[in-house]
Design a protein around this ligand. Structure first.
Ligand code: NAP
Length: 541
């Protein structure tokens, strides 16, 4: 092949927009870009669509939002034709749903799968993003839309000796597609966040023996999953428009909101009756559809925490195990509240043991298992349910460079700086779906994603309409937004916990509250106002 032909064949493709990620966000972004007639290229690291639901195939993985709202709302036809089997669908069903969406709207052909983006660099001279992939492909694009999720950078702890382990080890967020059969095995699970709490009861039923390595005990609320009856399905479908509209304006993107009442104003009997009634319903509503002071007033929060502690004591038969499982020292709800199916009950099984790592920390992994300061636990398999480098991790690791070749990770070294969680100064025409500083992880993700993608696409339409090519937040708007996000968080109990919301789960990560906590409905209203005021806070050129 001649050199000129080679150069021509390797010349970067030129498109209007590049989308990274084929989960809920990336699929919808492609749907919208195509509707707007913008040319696009899209890359996905995984071998198929699904994002979170492509990777998190661990036993027991399921949604914590009710199926009828953990879904797209952009297509009435889709809402009517898709039928969920149960209240909280499992990973396989959600993945089937996203595959159905990809096929129904012919979104798959837009994506290059098994293709990691290795660099995205803004060229000030041309005003274009140069996006490079692991396969050497280069694309030039005016707009770069990251749809990489908030919890997609899996975190395997740096524990000495892991390479010596003779058994198999797994991270819940990178689960083998062929599944894992734990039958007859001695299994250790490290971590008791949502992933651990969902997987532990299922693994316990399969394994010969399960050892749970717990660093911080967690509060958890029963999910009470159940199949949907034909009557419920008919009712949900008949009312879905109203249900989704309520989500759009609620605090956490769910079809309920805080009650007007405060816990501290209730009589003990009324408080208990309400807590019990919500507990019996299952799901997040127990906390986030409950009294309005639970996450703002320490005394109100303590009432809720004590209620759950009592429930744990009631369920767990061995008092020593119960006492290790009972969370102390941080307000309930300030670490992301897991939903569970018989999590605490699992510790009554004869084949399950709990190791409290605060008493006996892990010293190292050895060839036969995990050694704590007290003993070695012989294991055939280790499951790390140890979480993610949340919100900033997935963006920092792409290799994004803005004006002056500045790496995004360098700009954010002391914590993320964004305007509305969507854009960041110095990185023109970069749009982050559910980026840091957005409400995203504090609510129902599909609700957040649709709002972000719609808002971004309206902004792109606006740029075209006014003949502009570039949009970027001003320094003032970004600084104000950062201060606002911080002030709102500081007004709550959230900063008191060592949570991934605070970046506290990643050694060396700045301690900054990452999401916007002012409420999803408020945020949506604010975004709409900013747009109506000619995109206040943005420099459009
Ligand atoms: P996580 O909430 O960050 O929990 C990680 C767990 O691992 C914590 O118990 C943590 O202890 C422990 N851990 C981390 N490093 C450790 C180490 N070096 N040694 C010992 N223990 C260690 O992670 P996750 O459970 O994967 O959940 C992350 C988020 O993903 C959730 O909060 C949720 O937003 C989302 N998620 C959602 C669903 C759902 O909707 N169904 C399911 C799963 C996950 P510490 O608490 O002491 O740090």
């Amino acid at each position: 092949m001649s050199a000129s032909r080679l150069a021509r064949d390797n010349a970067p493709r030129r498109v209007d927009a590049v989308v990274i990620g084929a989960g809920f966000a990336g699929l919808y972004a492609i749907y919208k870009l195509r509707e707007m007639g913008l040319s696009h290229a899209a890359f996905e690291q995984g071998g198929g669509v699904g994002g979170t639901w492509y990777w998190n195939r661990y036993p027991g993985a399921s949604s914590d939002s009710e199926s009828w709202v953990y879904a797209y709302s952009f297509s009435e036809a889709l809402e009517q034709e898709w039928t969920w089997s149960c209240r909280f669908p499992g990973q396989a069903e959600i993945l089937r749903y996203l595959e159905h969406v990809a096929d129904r709207f012919e979104l798959r052909p837009a994506f290059a799968f098994n293709t990691r983006v290795t660099a995205a660099t803004y060229d000030e001279a041309t005003g274009l993003w140069r996006v490079e992939t692991e396969h050497g492909e280069q694309v030039l694009a005016q707009f770069l839309i990251t749809a990489v999720g908030c919890l997609s950078a899996a975190q395997v702890p740096q524990i000495a000796g892991l390479e010596d382990f003779k058994g198999r080890w797994y991270h819940t967020g990178q689960w083998p597609h062929e599944g894992v059969d734990f039958t007859g095995l001695r299994v250790g699970v490290v971590g008791t966040g949502s992933s651990g709490i969902q997987s532990i009861p299922v693994i316990a039923k399969q394994a010969a023996h399960l050892t749970v390595f717990q660093r911080t005990p967690n509060f958890s609320v029963p999910a009470r999953n159940a199949p949907l009856s034909p009557a419920q399905i008919a009712d949900l479908k008949a009312n879905i428009k109203t249900i989704r509209e309520t989500c759009r304006w609620s605090t956490i993107g769910q079809p309920y909101d805080w009650k007007a009442d405060e816990a501290l104003k209730q009589s003990p009997a009324a408080l208990r009756a309400q807590f019990e009634a919500d507990w019996a319903k299952g799901g997040f509503e127990w906390m986030f559809g409950s009294f309005s002071d639970l996450l703002a007033d320490p005394a109100a929060n303590a009432l809720a925490a004590e209620f759950v502690r009592e429930k744990i004591r009631d369920v767990v038969q061995d008092p020593a195990t119960a006492s290790k499982l009972i969370p102390q020292g941080y307000p309930i709800g300030t670490k992301r509240l897991p939903l569970d199916a018989d999590y605490f009950e699992t510790f009554n099984r004869p084949n399950v043991a709990l190791v409290d790592l605060r008493d006996t920390p892990i010293e190292r992994v050895v060839d036969t298992g995990i050694r704590t300061s007290r003993q070695t636990f012989e294991l055939d398999a280790i499951v790390f349910a140890t979480g993610f480098d949340a919100m900033t991790g997935p963006l920092n690791r792409i290799g994004i460079r803005g004006r002056g070749n500045e790496p995004l990770a360098a700009k954010w070294s002391a914590g993320p700086q964004t305007y509305l969680g969507v854009c960041t100064r110095g990185f023109p025409n970069l749009f982050m779906v559910t980026g840091p500083g957005s409400p995203s992880v504090l609510g129902n993700m599909p609700t957040s994603i649709e709002q972000h993608v719609d808002w971004i696409c309206e902004l792109l339409t606006h740029l075209r309409a006014v003949g502009a090519t570039t949009v970027e937040p001003t320094a003032e708007a970004e600084a104000e937004w950062g201060a606002h996000v911080k002030a709102l968080a500081d007004d709550t109990l959230f900063p008191q916990a060592d949570s991934w919301y605070m970046g506290a789960n990643i050694p060396g990560k700045p301690r900054v509250f990452l999401p916007y906590i002012g409420g999803f409905g408020t945020y949506r209203k604010l975004c709409a106002e900013i747009a109506a005021n000619g995109y206040e806070g943005f420099r459009i050129t």
